[in-house]
Design a protein around this ligand. Structure first.
Ligand SMILES: NC(=O)c1ccc[n+]([C@@H]2O[C@H](COP(=O)([O-])OP(=O)(O)OC[C@H]3O[C@@H](n4cnc5c(N)ncnc54)[C@H](O)[C@@H]3O)[C@@H](O)[C@H]2O)c1
Length: 387
C-alpha cells in the first residue's frame, strides 16, 4: 500500500528488466495540470523497444503512455472536473487547439518532438526522448495542459478495455490505413499481427476493405486476425508475398501497411532484418498503390544488426518503388486527430477493438507481463495493467 507521498509504478531497471517500485506520487505543478488516478494502463509494442535496450532510455524511467483513469485533483486553471473518466495519451504542450481538427499542424508538432516546426513542444508519458513526463503504468499520473490532453469518456466501466485502446493502438492502426491512401473496396496487406497490425486490419475492415491479409508468425495473433474476418498469412511457412500473390492469382493488393518497424525478423524469427517488410510491401502492392508505415524506425539503434541500421539507414529497392509509382506515408500517429471519433464508434457499438486484449493483470504482474509480451509467448497479444 503506497503512502500519501509515494505510489507504485513500473520502472525500467536495465535491458529486459522492469520492476514495480515505490516512486514519488505526482503533484499539481502548474494550474493547467490534473492528477489522474489510473484505472488502466496498457503495455505497448513501442515500450518493448525501450525494454529491450534498443533506445537511449535510461534506467529509472516510469513507463506507460496508454493511460486512462479518473480525475482526482485539478489545477486552478482547468475546466476538467474531479471524478471525470478520462483517457490520456501523447501530450501536446499547449492549451489551444492550434489547427485542429485539420490536424496537420498538430501532427507536425507530434512528429517533431521539439520546437523546430511549430514553436511548441510535443511529448509522451514515460517515453524516451519525448519529454520529462512520467508514465502512467503507475497508481497516478500527472496530466499537463489537461483541458486539451485529456479525452473525456462517459462514466462507468462498460467500455474500459475498448477505451483504453484509444490512447494509442486503435488510432495508430486507423492512421496506418489512412497513410496508405486506402479507399473503400480496396484490398490491403498488413504486415505484423501485433496490437497495431490487428488494429490496422480491423480499421481497414471498418473502413470498407474488400480483402485484408495479415502477415505474422505468431499463431495466436493470426487466429485473432481470422476472428475479425481477415486472411492470416504465416510467414514462417514461406515467403509472405508469394503466399498472398498465389491466393490472388498473381494480382497485387491495392495498399500495404507496415505494422512491424525496424525490429522485423526473418521467417524463423531468429534474425532481425530491418528492411524486410519495406521490401515485401514494395513487391506486394500494385503500381500506383500506397504504403502506410506506422511501424517504428529510429535514427539511432544501439542494438542494430549492422552499422548502417545503427544510424537509421535502411536499404530498400527505391528503384522498384519509383517504377511502380508507389506513395508512402509514415510517422507517429496524431492520436488526437482520430480518438474522439473512434470513441464515438465504440459508444455507438460500431467498433469493439478490445478483441485484441489477451491479458488484464494487476500492476504487480507487470515484470512477468513484459517478459511474456516481449517473447510473444502464451498468447500475450495486448496487456492491460490495472494499478
Ligand atoms: N506510429 C506510431 O504512432 C506508433 C504507435 C504505436 C506503435 N508503433 C509501432 O508499431 C509497431 C508495431 O507495434 P505492436 O505493438 O503491434 O508491436 P509488436 O512487436 O507486438 O508486433 C509486431 C509483430 O510483427 C511481427 N513481425 C516481425 N517480423 C515480421 C515480418 N518480417 N513480417 C511480418 N510480421 C513480422 C511480430 O511477430 C509481431 O507479432 C512497433 O514498431 C511500434 O513501435 C507506432
Amino acid at each position: 500500500m503506497a503512502s500519501t507521498t509515494t505510489m507504485r509504478a513500473v520502472v525500467y531497471e536495465k535491458p529486459f528488466s522492469v520492476v514495480v517500485s515505490e516512486v514519488e506520487k505526482p503533484k499539481i505543478e502548474h494550474p493547467d495540470d490534473v492528477i489522474v488516478k489510473v484505472t488502466t494502463s496498457c503495455i505497448c509494442g513501442s515500450d518493448l523497444h525501450m525494454y529491450e535496450g534498443r533506445t537511449a532510455a535510461e534506467p529509472g524511467i516510469v513507463f506507460g503512455h496508454e493511460n486512462m483513469g479518473i480525475v482526482e485533483e485539478v489545477g486552478n486553471a482547468v475546466a476538467v472536473r474531479i471524478s471525470l473518466s478520462v483517457l490520456v495519451f501523447k501530450i501536446t504542450d499547449k492549451r489551444s487547439l492550434c489547427c485542429w481538427p485539420a490536424g496537420k499542424h498538430l501532427f507536425r508538432e507530434i512528429v517533431s518532438g521539439n520546437h523546430d516546426l511549430c514553436g511548441d513542444d510535443c511529448s509522451a508519458y514515460g517515453y524516451v526522448a519525448m519529454g520529462p513526463y512520467k508514465g502512467g503504468q503507475a497508481e497516478y499520473v500527472r496530466v499537463p495542459f489537461a483541458d486539451f490532453n485529456a479525452l473525456k469518456l462517459p462514466p462507468g466501466k462498460e467500455h474500459e478495455a475498448d477505451f483504453a485502446l484509444l490512447a494509442d493502438i486503435f488510432p495508430t492502426g486507423w492512421h496506418g490505413v489512412k497513410l496508405s491512401g486506402f479507399k473503400p473496396g480496396e484490398s490491403v496487406a498488413v504486415f505484423g499481427g501485433g496490437p497495431v497490425g490487428l488494429m490496422a486490419a480491423y480499421s481497414a475492415t471498418i473502413q470498407g476493405a474488400s480483402e485484408v491479409y495479415v502477415v505474422d508468425r505468431v499463431s495466436e495473433r493470426l487466429a485473432k486476425a481470422k476472428e475479425i474476418g481477415c486472411i492470416p498469412i504465416d510467414f514462417s511457412k514461406s515467403d509472405a508475398v508469394d503466399q498472398i500473390l498465389k491466393l490472388r492469382g498473381g494480382r497485387e493488393v491495392d495498399r500495404g501497411v507496415d505494422a512491424v518497424g525496424y525490429q522485423a525478423t526473418t521467417g524463423d524469427g531468429k534474425t532481425e532484418q530491418p528492411n524486410v517488410v519495406l521490401e515485401s510491401l514494395i513487391r506486394v502492392v500494385k503500381p500506383t498503390g500506397g504504403l502506410g508505415i506506422p511501424g517504428l524506425y529510429v535514427p539511432k539503434d544501439p542494438g542494430a544488426p549492422d552499422s548502417a541500421a545503427a544510424k537509421g539507414y535502411i536499404s530498400f529497392p527505391f528503384g522498384k518503388l519509383f517504377e511502380k509509382g508507389l506513395s508512402i506515408g509514415t510517422g507517429q500517429c496524431n492520436v488526437k486527430m482520430y480518438n474522439r471519433y473512434l470513441r464515438d464508434l465504440i459508444i455507438s457499438g460500431k467498433a469493439k477493438p478490445s478483441f485484441v486484449v489477451s491479458h488484464e493483470v494487476s500492476l504487480d504482474k507487470a515484470p512477468e507481463a513484459y517478459d511474456k509480451f516481449d517473447r510473444r509467448i502464451e498468447g500475450y497479444t495486448k496487456v492491460l495493467l490495472h494499478p
